[in-house]
Write a protein that binds this ligand. Structure first.
Ligand SMILES: [Zn+2]
Length: 227
């Protein structure tokens, strides 16, 4: 079942490493709606240099964060596009309670609603293992994973014999911190939608195909509940 109209959105939430990117593309295609990611919108508006893009650029030039209201303006602007007449999938937004407040306020203004929020739930230790096990080759840039795609010899590139190294972002401490920050900021959003009765929690620690099946079932909802 697809969405009914403009301004009815489905949220897809999940920590880094939860496999959300792949699943967002799948879910948007299944629903026949566009996938909206706030980072993409920000980049597009800045590249076009339109009003929203210039406003965002001013904050960034000062080293400030782009305000949530401005990001929500970009989302709402995107919801007006012809391909969003049946709604849209928001990929990874809102990321914290302040963003959820800003989004809900604008949707309500427009008579819209969050139809359902899907949370791809993966235990922290699994997220950290997925993200932190990555090693790159200094020679050919090939990528390996300690568990899922290990090199034949530890520390040596199977393709070119080059030395493997970990990028700072892939180091265990950095990854563990990134996951902890995400959960600290976003779990309150997940709990909010749980209380509202619009949360669908998916076990993300399963095969991609099983997760896809669960996602399809999760979005087959009877009615939208106003945020
Ligand atoms: Zn190599």
């Amino acid at each position: 079942m697809g969405l009914q109209r403009h301004d009815e959105v489905i949220l897809l939430l999940g920590a880094p490493g939860a496999g959300k990117g792949t699943q967002a593309r799948f879910l948007a295609a299944t629903l026949g709606v566009p996938m909206i990611a706030s980072g993409d919108l920000l980049r597009e508006h800045r590249q076009r240099g339109d009003d929203l893009g210039r406003a965002a650029q001013e904050f960034m030039d000062r080293g400030d964060l782009v305000p949530d209201e401005l990001v929500v303006d970009m989302i709402v602007h995107r919801l007006d596009a012809p391909d969003a007449t049946a709604g849209a999938l928001l990929d990874g937004f809102p990321r914290n309670v302040a963003q959820a407040d800003a989004l809900e306020a604008r949707l309500i203004e427009r008579g819209g609603a969050i139809r359902v929020a899907v949370y791809v739930d993966v235990p922290s230790d699994v997220l950290i293992e997925r993200l932190a096990g990555r090693w790159m080759c200094r020679g050919c840039q090939a990528s390996f994973h300690e568990v899922f795609n290990p090199p034949a010899v530890a520390g040596v590139c199977t393709t070119c014999g080059g030395e493997l190294y970990q990028r700072p972002d892939d180091k265990r401490e950095v990854v563990a911190n990134r996951v902890a920050v995400y959960l600290r900021d976003t779990l309150p959003v997940v709990e909010r939608y749980e209380r509202k009765g619009i949360l669908r929690r998916i076990d993300g620690n399963q095969s991609i195909e099983t997760v896809k099946r669960a996602l399809r079932e999760a979005v087959d909802v009877e009615e939208a509940i106003t945020a």
